[in-house]
Design a protein around this ligand. Structure first.
Ligand SMILES: Nc1nc2c(c(=O)[nH]1)N[C@H]1C(S)=C(S)[C@@H](COP(=O)(O)OP(=O)(O)OC[C@H]3O[C@@H](n4cnc5c(=O)[nH]c(N)nc54)[C@H](O)[C@@H]3O)O[C@H]1N2
Ligand SMILES: Nc1nc2c(c(=O)[nH]1)N[C@H]1C(S)=C(S)[C@@H](COP(=O)(O)OP(=O)(O)OC[C@H]3O[C@@H](n4cnc5c(=O)[nH]c(N)nc54)[C@H](O)[C@@H]3O)O[C@H]1N2
Ligand code: SF4
Ligand SMILES: [Mo]
Length: 670
């Protein structure tokens, strides 16, 4: 007799919400997936994307078997091979590369396809094996690094507020964040705050769907947020509303920072940010007199040359207002800073120091001729679509002497350049442990069904490869449950009582943070133990787009798409249909100056490449600013490239973060 079984899991995708889900299994098949209503943060809803996760896991284009390339690189022509054949070839190539060039010629290019601690980047899955082989380190800086470092300068830890505390805020600044698209579960907490009278302001160059729902939208010029922050603090000082007691007891460096603030009265800031002086002043007055003020500032605003500094300076606001004293006050970026699980990097398995290769600099890395990369091992990443300077990456991946292995679920553009493709499991098919970067819960994902075809999880693939390489290091063979136990055994008080057993039974557990959670009530985890204001002269770094670059005059932003998660789902027919193809939002004035009309196909271009998109004339962007989403697969896009053909490989001010939202382009009729 067939019976239904409900299995608890968690969404693995790179999204702050890490939803709790329930998979219903019947006769060994997953027949339904729904959000888990019992979860205090995600409360039963998934999203337009993941509502299709089961359908996606059974999609006809899913990769089910190992494959070997038979056509030229980039052609996507493969033959099916057995796991034995694939592993034999890989073992032979890796062994000879290590012998001839050293382990550092291997670049384990791990991405954010899953954030899991066991299968994914959370725990740096695979790193044990890479260390035994002496492979290069992979600096995972593509997403949030600049902001993390910026916040660490000010607060010592980028963790910040518990997002649930926004329900208690009375003024909410949604700053460079598109809540209703990028992590919509926060919205319920914002709604609760609103019901109690909170005022919500969206600060974004684009009038996003989130800005539509806010009480007020300030269309800031891209990359100038630090100036707005300084001007708002200027008004707080004008109003004599600073929290002197907090300044005296919990902060350091205010003297120099105050001189910096004085340089940016609202009139000066209006010139730089493009926001009317009266609007800056009005918000400053509101900020001065509204406690608690909660600031949600996520990754969008740090994808700029001055991105790290922007977060650093914004984080100074609650230092002046004393908002950290109150639940509902402070800044929220990524709660990962509070999760005490240490990634499984295992430096003890390295024989000696190895070089570090930078995720945001793939094109440059593949061009290195002095110490060439000989094996690029891509897993849970789609750099042909997601990484800057796409045309140069494509050339790098064409190199005949490069041995490329891609572990994937779907035939992405990156897969097309692989020598060997290994079929990867999806979340319903493997075990994992997660945290959220937008909440304070640990989550368990129990496999619901057997993997289809010959798909293997990341951990199982690496265990089999280690065996094939004849490696004897015992920890390479630890099981998934052993890995989970090790990761939870750090002894940190926030993890007390949270065991694998309990997580498997209950599906999730809140970190044992004090309630209410005032993260900096006992002081800041900085060197001084105080919030450290940015030193004079280090509170603002202007964007690249502030400087004219030849004929290119439009500042382009490329934020998250509502229907895709990075490049995941951008091959799903229904979600592709809803997205309606690449579009470029252009203000009427800019369109008219170029003789362009809405609905027409245009070329968006600069010295790095070209994007073909449909022009959407829109007052959602200001003159001088254009916007198009990330996520499209190049090969499924007109012209064969996506927006990252236009994004150059250049560093943000901190941690070499990518500058996806800080590029100049021009537009012309196709
Ligand atoms: N649906 C969906 N959800 C996602 C993703 C997705 O692809 N699709 N991606 C996930 C990932 S990987 C991440 S890191 C997060 C990112 O989530 P977000 O932090 O929301 O990142 P973005 O979408 O890049 O940018 C957010 C907003 O910042 C604005 N912005 C850009 N430049 C500036 C600026 O200079 N100043 C200000 N004030 N605003 C600016 C953009 O217009 C955009 O509306 O979302 C995750 N969630
Ligand atoms: N223009 C522009 N580009 C951007 C951004 C932007 O704002 N603008 N944002 C950037 C950001 S924030 C990020 S985080 C990066 C993301 O860039 P990447 O880390 O490269 O992520 P994706 O492109 O989504 O590719 C993830 C791949 O992993 C696969 N995958 C998922 N789960 C698994 C698994 O369990 N095992 C294996 N082997 N594979 C799996 C998926 O099928 C997918 O093809 O993109 C960046 N790119
Ligand atoms: S992508 Fe985000 S909102 Fe959607 S199910 Fe996953 S965690 Fe939840
Ligand atoms: Mo990201």
């Amino acid at each position: 007799m067939s019976r239904e079984l409900n299995v608890l899991g968690a969404c693995p995708l790179d999204c702050p919400d890490t939803c709790s889900w329930v998979v219903t299994v019947k006769d060994g098949e997953a027949v339904r997936m729904r959000g888990n209503r019992d979860h205090p943060y995600t409360r039963g809803a998934l999203c337009v994307k993941v509502n299709r996760y089961l359908e996606h896991s059974k999609a006809p284009d899913r990769i089910l078997h190992p494959m070997r390339r038979v056509g030229p690189k980039g052609s996507g022509r493969f033959e099916r091979v057995s796991w034995d054949e694939a592993l034999d070839e890989i073992a032979e190539r890796l062994t000879s590369i290590v012998a001839e060039y050293g382990g550092e010629a291997i670049w384990p290019y791990q991405g954010t396809g899953t954030l899991g601690y066991i299968q994914g980047v959370g725990g740096r899955a695979g790193r044990r094996l890479w260390n035994v082989l002496g492979a290069a380190q992979h600096d995972m800086n593509i997403c949030s690094r600049a902001g993390n470092i910026g916040l660490r300068h000010t607060n010592g830890n980028p963790g910040g507020m518990d997002p649930e505390a926004f329900a208690l805020s009375r003024l909410i600044l949604l700053w460079g964040t598109n809540t209703l698209t990028s992590g919509h579960h926060l919205w319920k907490f914002i709604q609760d705050a609103r019901a109690a009278g909170a005022h919500v302001v969206a600060i974004d160059p684009i009038r996003t769907r989130t800005a539509d729902q806010a009480d007020e939208h300030l269309a800031i010029r891209p990359g100038t947020d630090a100036v707005l922050a300084l001007a708002l603090m200027h008004v707080v000082l004008d109003e004599d509303a600073e929290d002197r007691d907090f300044l005296n007891h919990h902060t350091s460096g205010f003297e120099g920072f105050e001189r910096e603030i004085r340089k940016y009265p609202p009139a000066v800031a209006a010139e730089i940010t493009g926001i009317a002086e009266k609007d800056i002043r009005a918000l400053g007055v509101r900020l001065a007199h509204t406690r608690p003020t909660g600031i949600r500032a996520t990754m969008g605003l740090q994808r700029h040359r001055g991105g790290g500094t922007a977060l650093r300076t914004i984080a100074c606001i609650p230092g002046l207002t004393g908002d950290w004293r109150h639940p509902g006050g402070g800044v929220s970026y990524s709660t990962t800073g509070h999760v005490p699980i240490v990634p499984d990097t295992r430096p003890d398995l390295l024989a000696g120091p190895v070089r570090t290769l930078t995720m945001t600099r793939l094109a440059e890395g593949l061009e290195d001729t002095l110490a060439p990369v000989k094996c690029l091992w891509v897993y849970a990443a789609n750099p042909m679509a997601s990484t800057s300077d796409q045309n140069r990456i494509r050339r790098g991946l064409m190199r005949d002497d490069l041995f490329t292995v891609v572990m994937e679920q779907f035939p992405t553009d990156t897969v097309d350049y692989a020598d060997i493709v290994l079929p990867a499991t999806m979340q319903t098919e493997h075990t994992d442990l997660h945290s959220g970067y937008g909440h304070l819960y640990l989550m368990w994902n129990e496999p619901a069904v057997a993997p289809p075809g010959e798909c293997l999880s990341t951990t199982e693939t690496f265990r089999r490869l280690a065996l094939r390489l004849g490696l004897t290091e015992p920890s390479l063979y630890d099981s998934d449950l052993q890995l989970a136990e090790q990761m939870l055994s750090g002894g940190h008080p926030f993890l007390e009582g949270i065991t694998v057993e309990r997580l498997r039974a209950e599906g999730w557990a809140r970190l044992n943070v004090p309630e209410p959670f005032l993260p900096y009530a006992e002081g800041f985890p900085t060197a001084s133990g105080r919030l450290e204001f940015a030193p004079e002269g280090q509170a603002y770094v202007a964007p690249f787009t502030a400087e004219p670059a030849g004929p290119y005059r439009l500042a382009m932003i490329t934020p998250a798409s509502h229907t895709f998660l990075n490049t995941v789902f951008a091959n799903n027919p229904e979600l592709l249909r809803r997205a309606g193809g690449p579009k470029i939002l252009v203000n009427e004035k800019d369109a008219a100056e170029r003789g362009l009309a809405g609905g027409q196909r245009v070329r968006v271009f600069n010295d790095h490449g070209e994007l073909v998109a449909e022009l959407e004339v829109s007052d959602r962007v200001s003159p001088g600013v254009v916007a198009t989403n990330k996520g499209n697969w190049p090969k499924l896009s007109p012209g064969g490239g996506n927006v990252n053909t236009l994004v150059r490989e250049s560093d943000a001010d901190m941690g070499r973060g990518a500058v996806y939202h800080d590029n100049l382009v021009e537009i012309a009729a196709l």
